[in-house]
Design a protein around this ligand. Structure first.
Ligand code: C2E
Ligand code: CA
Ligand code: CA
Ligand code: CA
Length: 278
């Protein structure tokens, strides 16, 4: 940069300014979105692989900006994590998901589970346990039907806190799932130090998944390992009947993906899956 003279500094400044401006605007908009309650939960079905029966849902946040266009989480979660806004928004998401689950249980679907994503920033929050207790009490859900998803990287960033937290949550009956398993940390060594209930195998293992390829062998190995450790496996991102057939042969417990359904608004979930029993 030095050799290019003054002009390049100016361009750099202008770009920096632009980036910072966009970042600040997004931050302000997200803060307002929280106040205006523009975050909405979508629910994606999770099915039993053998019977294809519905097991529960993963709650996935959407930003319904000005009550209209839906914005995907990739567009705003990173900013929320950087600013810490994910902590209050994450609690709002958890409460909304628990409240919805309670309603569905009361409508007669008492076996349904809901999985909620926890960000690494939330794990670092000193009030998280008390906040979760308050939400459980307010929404009156059965804690054994709640699953919290934590990514490997969030665990590793906060290993000591994450271990203590998961121990307490599991003692309370809440299940813990490792999200995006197989990305990030190639070491499986932490699994015996870090007691969890479920592994969610990342979608990247399922795309272009074919017999006898490396991916197939990795999935097979993860499933075998999980059985030895007494963990349930959830495979994400199942899009084709062929993928489904292979994964069924590998004896994975649960599956999730566009083959079954995209994430849907609560009303649409009810219309498609939760009609009153006759
Ligand atoms: P994730 O937790 O791994 O969630 C699964 C993502 O994969 C969702 O994207 C889902 O729509 C998508 N997906 C599911 N099945 C398929 C499939 O068959 N094919 C393909 N191509 N994609 C599939 P989504 O809803 O856009 O969320 C993206 C990520 O944003 C999530 O990844 C999660 O890391 C984050 N996120 C979403 N909601 C929340 C939340 O409430 N809290 C936190 N902390 N993070 C969230
Ligand atoms: Ca997840
Ligand atoms: Ca995932
Ligand atoms: Ca992911």
């Amino acid at each position: 940069a030095k050799l290019r003279g003054k002009g390049s500094y100016q361009i750099f400044d202008r770009q920096m300014h632009q980036v910072m401006f966009e970042r600040l605007t997004l931050e302000n908009n997200l803060q307002r979105a929280l106040e205006l309650q523009e975050f909405e939960l979508y629910y994606q079905p999770i099915v039993h692989m053998q019977s294809q029966a519905l097991a529960g849902f993963e709650a996935l946040v959407r930003w319904s900006r000005h009550g209209q266009e839906l914005i995907a989480p990739e567009e705003f979660i990173p900013c929320m994590e950087a600013t810490g806004l994910i902590v209050p928004v994450g609690l709002m998401i958890l409460e909304q998901a628990c409240h919805q689950l309670h309603q569905w249980h009361q409508q007669g679907f008492a076996e349904l589970t809901v999985s909620v994503n926890l960000s690494g920033r939330q794990i670092g929050s000193p009030t998280l346990l008390a906040d979760i207790e308050r939400i459980l009490a307010r929404t009156e859900i059965n804690p054994t039907k709640l699953k919290l998803e934590i990514t490997e990287s969030a665990v590793m960033d906060n290993a000591e806190m994450a271990i203590e937290l998961t121990q307490t949550l599991r003692a309370r009956g809440i299940e813990i799932s490792i999200d995006d398993f197989g990305t990030g940390y190639s070491s499986l060594g932490y699994l015996h130090r870090f007691p969890v209930d479920n592994l969610k195998i990342d979608r990247s293992f399922v795309t272009q998944f074919q017999s006898m390829t490396q991916k197939y062998c990795v999935v097979e190995m993860i499933v075998t390992l999980s059985k030895q450790l007494g963990l349930a496996v959830i495979v994400e991102g199942i899009e084709t009947a062929e993928q489904f057939a292979w994964l069924q042969k590998l004896d994975c417990e649960f599956g999730q993906g566009y083959l079954f359904s995209k994430p849907l608004a609560a009303k649409e979930i009810e219309r498609r899956y939760l009609q009153p029993h006759h």
